[in-house]
Every structure is written in structure tokens, then in C-alpha cells.
Ligand binder design. Sequence first.
Ligand code: XMP
Length: 315
Amino acid sequence: KFSITDFKDQMIEEIRREVADREVICGVSGGVDSTVLAVLLHKAGVKQRCLFVDNGLLRKNEREDVVAQFKEVGVPIEVVDARELFLNALSGVSDPEAKRKIIGNLFLDVFFGAADHIEVMAQGTLYPDVIESATSGSIASKIKTHHNRVDRAMELKKQGRVIEPLAELFKDEVRALGAELGIPHKALWRHPFPGPGLAVRVPGEVTEERLEICREADAIFIEELRRSGWYERTWQAYAAVLPVKTVGVKGDERSYEAAVSIRAVISEDAMTADWVELPHEVLRVISHRILNEVKGVNRVLYDISTKPPASIEWE
Ligand code: XMP
């Protein structure tokens, strides 16, 4: 009979055998897969370095939350602060594909720069990633746009220096394994978050000012979803800042400020998605709070687009 405990023990044994006394490097984002991977390596007791790249495109308090999350499970992580690098590189760029390319390439530069001598690299590739692309490997697949830096990962793979312990698992199995490893519920049920981060949620040019509006509005939205019990009933939810300003009234004067769009979707696998029929009273509280608490916003919109034809993210 299948038992998750036996399964976990087998995986740990396999990692010990495969890695032996070499050092394993893994990139962590705080997401479900990389967290389970990092804890699994830790329980296996192998030499381990976990790198977390702060690209300046994270959500409100995300860096602190991720650090706290890893502290809670007892796995040391190194934070690589690359905020300036990313924001400078994105300055003046508004084409979605160009933004993605810049972010993907910089991530690889920063990651491989911080991990210059790699004995073994661990990736949190899941089974669906394996079948989705022959060039699997979560770094390559996360970026979506091809680049020759991906060759570095491919080369390591050819040399047998990449391990993908989760490659036979589906998401629900990763969560079960994570629970067995003692990872807190909240960490295992985080919404997906795209690799390019908030850059795809501020369509148009990425500026610190627009990121700040996005962060504040998003934090309020998510807080209210949690409070009303809707967070875990949605696949993903976020705020985006539109690349237009809108006219409004403030006291006796006209205002000319940002419009924020909020989106909550349900989905099985992110290939298709439907918008969530959030109760009007929940939407009312969210809109009221964003309009009153976030500086520079005078309009809030609820996104009622299915995927297809829309995508889940704005870019
Ligand atoms: P779209 O917007 O294409 O998104 O409907 C589908 C799912 O994928 C996530 N997403 C990404 N995840 N790297 C990732 O790791 C990316 O570059 C990326 N782009 C989109 C998105 O948040 C949604 O869950």
C-alpha cells in the first residue's frame, strides 16, 4: 500500500545516494515547489546552498516573508539583492516580450554569478513540466523565452549534475510531501506567482512608483480575500496597475491618477481560467480600501475576462 512516509524516506535515500558529499545549489522563490525541494534536501542532510534572488519585482513584504518561511522550516537561505540591477535594466522598456527577456536573462546572470562553482544543481521540476517541454528544467521553463544562458543549465544536465527529485510528482503530491516534511499549510497553499513578478502586472514601463501602487493594492486585495475566506477558493488573485491615468475628483478638485485592476480566477492547470464571482460586499470593501489607502489611485476595476481569450496575467 502506498504510504507518503515511505515515499518521503525513499526520496531522501535517493538524494543521499545521488549527491553523496557534493554541494547542492538550488534557487528558491518561496513558492511551493522550491520550498518542498529545499526542505527535502535539508532533511536528506546534504551540503546545501539556497539562493533567493530579490529582483525588485516582489510583492509587499515578500522578501521578509520568504526569509521567515525558511527560518520556520529551519533551512538557511542566502538573499541576493539585485533590485537595482533589474530596475535599471527595465528602465524605459515597455514591450512585454522585451521585459520578459531582460528579466529572464538577468536572473540567470545573477543566479550563476552568485553560484559560480556548481557541483550539483537541484531544480524543482514537476511531472507536468517534464511532459510540457523536452528542454525541461524549471529555470528554462520559468523564463518562457529562450536564451543561450539556459545552455549553462543544459550543460550541467548533460554532465549529470542536475537533480530533479520532484520530477515524477504532480502538484497535489508535492503538497502532500510538503505536509509530510512539516512545511506549514500557508506555505503549501500559496497562489502561483510568475517568475517576472510584478513586471507583468504593471503593463507598460516598470517604475518604482507604479510598483509601489501595485504592491499596496495587491496587499489589500489579498488581505481581504484571506479575511473573507476566498483566498483558498481561488487559484490566483492579484492587482495590476493600468498604463493610463484617469480623471477623478478629490475634494473640490479634479484628480488625474492611476487605475487599478483586480483579478481573481479559478483554474485547474492555468491553461484555462474563469473569473471568480466574488460577493459584491467583498468587492466593495476591497475597492473602498484601495481607493482610500493607496496613494495615487482614483479608480478600481474588476477583471471579468475568461482565459481564453485573455491570459491570467496582463502581459
Ligand atoms: P498566463 O498569463 O499565461 O499565465 O495565463 C498562466 C500561469 O503561469 C503564470 N506565469 C508564469 N509563471 N514564469 C512563471 O513561473 C513566467 O514567466 C510566467 N508567466 C505567467 C501565471 O501567473 C499563471 O499562473
